[in-house]
Design a binder for this molecule. Structure first.
Ligand code: S3P
Length: 177
């Protein structure tokens, strides 16, 4: 598995730290960072919640997939996806074709603590639905190329752990084993 010429896609549930980690990882990897949600908000001059409320989730998903296609076609980047980007089969295929997919696996308690009732996370308004979504999504996220559990460590520690995991996963095979 090599990262050369390929994107690094960060996937994971709300509150897993995709944006914070992506921003930290990018300079270490010498490539630009792009956050899909923030790019959508900037381009449409509206928060994710406003887009959901005005135009519905299906519309948001179309914007998300279109932006993913645009980013995938560009130079290699570190890409923070939204928690639902990987849910679409077309998105998943594109991500695996154009990059390495890394799952930041956050425990439910921490995801809840960080996201529940966040006004800009429309899918975190209801705890029961949030928990159901968390359980359903884990089966999909498990298809990632690489899985890094994340917890309450300082961000810099988690960032170094991700870099280590990437170095291990992308090291050229020695043929020793
Ligand atoms: C979503 C997660 C959000 C955002 C939108 C939908 C989801 O991103 O894309 O609210 O479906 O899980 P974060 O994972 O960055 O919160």
């Amino acid at each position: 598995m090599s990262l050369a010429g390929r994107h690094l896609y960060l996937i994971g549930f709300m509150g897993s730290g995709k944006s914070a980690m992506g921003r930290r990882l990018a300079p270490h990897l010498g490539r630009p960072f792009v956050d899909l949600d923030q790019t959508i908000e900037r381009r449409h001059n509206a928060t994710i919640s406003e887009i959901f409320a005005r135009s519905g989730e299906a519309h948001f998903r179309r914007l998300e997939s279109a932006l993913l296609q645009e980013v995938a076609a560009g130079d290699p980047k570190v890409v923070a996806t939204g928690g639902g980007t990987y849910q679409s089969e077309a998105n998943r295929t594109l991500m695996h074709e154009s990059g390495l997919v890394l799952w930041l696996d956050v425990p439910l308690e921490l995801a809840l603590e960080r996201s529940l009732r966040d006004p800009d996370r429309p899918l975190a308004a209801d705890q029961k639905k949030f928990e159901m979504l968390y359980r359903r999504r884990r089966e999909l996220y498990a298809r990632a190329d690489l899985i890094v559990p994340v917890g309450r460590d300082p961000r810099e520690v988690t960032c170094l752990r991700i870099l280590d995991a990437l170095a291990d996963a992308t090291a050229p095979a020695t043929g020793d084993d």
